[in-house]
Ligand binder design. Structure first.
Ligand code: NAP
Length: 296
């Protein structure tokens, strides 16, 4: 006799890069969900999810998608969570676990927490895995392997529900850590949100320069710039929502970065070679240490 899966019915609200990767990983690894129900916003994505055959059922109505699901995961951009949560709240099964994958955590707890009905367990989560691609075709079953997933349960969350969401991510190949939501948002502001802000900005600056000088700046993009364009290819809606929903931490990190960039500018102006070498050396060290812990 085979063991029962972790969840009888898993509902994914949003089935783009992250949602479709969860569906694929759950299928590929087994023991996770007896049935997978997927929901997306547009008719085009719903049709594509059907064609790809990555879910057992595709539902256009979020309320219908969560019916009798014992685990529901919000996988849409974080700005859509409040409306989605309001739409599904009356239809969540008693005892169900409601989780998410959003890149910001305080805003998710603020927007979704008050709408969670009594008897439903809310366990916010954030997989630190992704690519610059989006939509149901972008997902793949191994996306979460060897990557961290951070859980930020609000005080009073039932331990058993946290343990089941932890088991879900471990079964998909992730390492799991529990973190305080405000700490999560500050850490992610520096390691993810600020780098994206810089990438979007530098691409805009180069494009403006090309317009101004009427010269082919972008045609000669060298490796440094090319790496930024990969990050800058990310989904605009998703990133707009991340910036607006982690505003304070992002602005704090941007201010710190701006100060440090000014210090570097001063070192360049005055030919302070020791300062410049030190900063470049630190960058190299950080890259090496990421490679050592398999997170590069
Ligand atoms: P994505 O590929 O663009 O997919 C988003 C999904 O949400 C699509 O199915 C989309 O449906 C649906 N959706 C969009 N707006 C919606 C709305 N207003 N109401 C209901 N559904 C809506 O995005 P993703 O990269 O998977 O990101 C999903 C979540 O994961 C976000 O909260 C993001 O912060 C988080 N996350 C992303 C990454 C990353 O690297 N991309 C990493 C970790 C966590 P349509 O296709 O029909 O528009």
């Amino acid at each position: 006799m085979t063991d029962a899966p972790l969840f009888r019915r898993l509902a994914l609200l949003g089935c783009g890069l992250i949602g479709s990767s969860i569906a694929r990983a759950a299928r590929a690894r087994g023991g996770i969900a007896g049935e997978i129900v997927a929901n997306a916003r547009s008719a085009r994505s719903l049709e594509r999810i059907r064609e790809l055959g990555i879910a057992d059922r595709v539902e256009a109505d979020p309320a219908e998608a969560v019916r009798e699901a014992d685990c529901v995961i919000l996988c849409a951009p974080v700005g859509a969570y409040a409306a989605l949560a309001a739409a599904i709240a009356p239809h969540l099964a008693p005892g169900a676990i409601l989780s998410d994958v959003g890149s910001t955590k305080q805003s998710v707890i603020r927007d979704v927490g008050p709408l969670v009905p009594a008897g439903v367990h809310f366990v916010p989560a954030h997989p630190l895995a992704g690519t610059e691609h989006s939509g149901p075709d972008a997902g793949f079953a191994t996306l979460f392997e060897g990557r961290w997933c951070l859980l930020t349960p609000p005080p009073g969350t039932q331990d058993e529900s946290v343990a089941r969401i932890e088991a879900l991510w471990r079964r998909m190949g992730s390492m799991v850590s529990v973190m305080e939501p405000s700490h999560h948002d500050r850490v992610l502001a520096i390691v993810s949100h600020l780098p994206h802000l810089i990438a979007f900005t530098i691409c805009g600056t180069a494009d403006d320069l090309a317009d101004e000088t009427r010269q082919q700046v972008l045609q000669f993009a060298a490796s440094g710039f090319r790496d930024f364009t990969r990050i800058a290819a990310s989904d605009p809606e998703m990133w707009r929502d991340v910036f607006l929903n982690n505003r304070e931490a992002l602005l704090e990190m941007l201010a710190r970065f701006t100060e440090d960039a000014q210090a570097m500018a001063r070192a360049v102006r005055w030919g302070d070679t020791a300062y410049i070498e030190d900063k470049i050396g630190r960058g190299r060290k950080i890259r090496r240490s990421l490679i050592e812990i398999n997170q590069a």
